[in-house]
Ligand binder design. Sequence first.
Ligand code: SF4
Length: 78
Amino acid sequence: MSQFASVNQEACIACGACNSAAPDIFDLDYNGIAGVIYEGDRNRGITAIEPELQEDLQEAFTSCPTHCIRLAVVPFAS
Ligand code: SF4
């Protein structure tokens, strides 16, 4: 099953763990704050992440120290 992801950027501490675990899904901005960059999502959480990347996504999710990565089986509001 595909999932949707978005970062609660107010809680992100710019550690980079998500980008290390899933560089195709997460990237950091010029302040080090993470966001979902997958397929141009721009952290909106409206782009289904392909099943092949689910393992990376789960690793990023579990490695986030502030639990600010949000996952859902339906799109977040666009
Ligand atoms: S792992 Fe969490 S706290 Fe660290 S950069 Fe990614 S979203 Fe931010």
